[in-house]
Design a protein around this ligand. Sequence first.
Ligand code: GLU
Length: 315
Amino acid sequence: MTVTGRFAPSPSGPMHLGNARSALLAWLDARARGGRVVLRIEDLDRDRCRPEYAVAVRDDLRWLGLDWDAESTAQSRRDAVYEAALAGLRERGLVYECFCTRRDVAVASAPHGPGEEPRGCPRGCADLDPAERRRRVDAGERAALRVRLPAVLPAVDDRLHGLVVPSGDSGDMVVRRSDGLHAYHLAVVVDDAADGVTDVVRGDDLLASAPRQAALARLLDLPVPAYAHVPLLLGPDGARLAKRHGAISIAELRGSGIAPDMLVTALAGSAGLGADGGARPIDLVEGFALERIDRRPVTVRTDSSGLRFDAVNCG
Ligand code: GLU
């Protein structure tokens, strides 16, 4: 089977250094194994995502020298596919309406950080009497849809972290929000399979989601990709890299005149990949092995003196 990696950006803002670093590692992993790369715009959340950011992400990726073999249909245009997946689960009695408030289920979007893993239904909607459920649906009450997940989720063998054992019972998964938007977990699982993705390389913030996504893939009879979660970049204060840490978007860095090769070299260096002078991604392919990257947390400083990455030594 051809190794197929992917870029799966959510165009809810400009691409930043952290996204670029994960994209570089995903690209190198696929290319070093003779594989393909698919680009998929994950714009499920119509309120937060904007087409101009999607245009900018493509442009930034090209500028960095990261190419892709195919772009799949953006998630905002795949509602019918997600509905079809849900219909199959529904027929098997695996989907139920959850009448908890929108606030309760807002966590259905991509969680980004420890402790942000979605929670199960807080009010026991799974066990509602069927007649009562029908009455509430017929009355037009807004409901999210949840999938009944097995009590014991599969452990995932992450290529970098080893065995990821699911932490406790995090409850049934929201697959469609009460406002009708399909949830990130459903879309990403369906689309990775549809795009033939064999290898998911993405940021550590999604590590805890992997067992839930693997469980959903199994319920849908879809192949479970291999996962590799790479370290996130941190701000100088040790918190996850964010806007307040300065000029961290690729657009800002481009504006400051940095050459793409220098940025790629710096990003590669932050993962322990030595490169002399300016390197294009293609120059880093030979001999690259994702398993050998430096996984120490890395802080980024961007100021008038330029861009600096420092590995944080733990312990
Ligand atoms: N679209 C998600 C993001 O940009 C990534 C999802 C994934 O890689 O599974 O954060």
